[in-house]
Design a protein around this ligand. Sequence first.
Ligand code: GRF
Length: 210
Amino acid sequence: MSGVVVLISGRGSNLRALVEAGLPVRAVLSNQVQAAGLTYAREKGIATGAIDHRDFASRAAFDEALAAAIEACSPELVVLAGFMRVLSSGFVARFRARLLNIHPSLLPAFTGLHTHARALAAGVKIHGATVHWVDEILDHGPILIQAAVPVLPGDDEAALAARVLVQEHRIYPLAVRWMLDGQIEQHGECLRHRLGLAQYLWAGVPGSTQ
Ligand code: GRF
């Protein structure tokens, strides 16, 4: 087993961050034939595949085809980067402890969709992103790394999303590198860096020492 297979559904900015960080992305698979990230991967000479979920009669049948395509690449890790499909428990079990996701909130807050709008509506002062191992529950599983950003007065959804995305592009390559290098140990539900490195980034208010 070697390298990483990345699963996407859309623009693929996290995919780009992984590639630009020099990580060994062996293949990119998408359930959306038109995903912009597929075009980027092709331009970079990375193998791509599109498996349209609408061509399958059931979630299980789609997941089986997806798992077969992944296993054909024998990757060390399977990295979800804006992959907008819920995966069945059978799929999760097949790739357990080597299946990563990035979610645009500080989990366990704001699982699901529209995280930035919901963070603004809730009036939280700190927001962010989380990389975690995937388990059977949506946007749940042992947390690998988180990045926190301030919610600033005047933020709208787009401004907050952009601030979080910058941090996503920092923490996802870091987390994938740590996994490939065998730096992450599991202690019950907790993941710890072997050398005790901080598993968070705080992208505080510019000019603030807080
Ligand atoms: C990111 O915000 C990621 O956290 C979420 O979906 C978005 C994907 O963006 N899971 P991109 O396709 O990587 O640009």
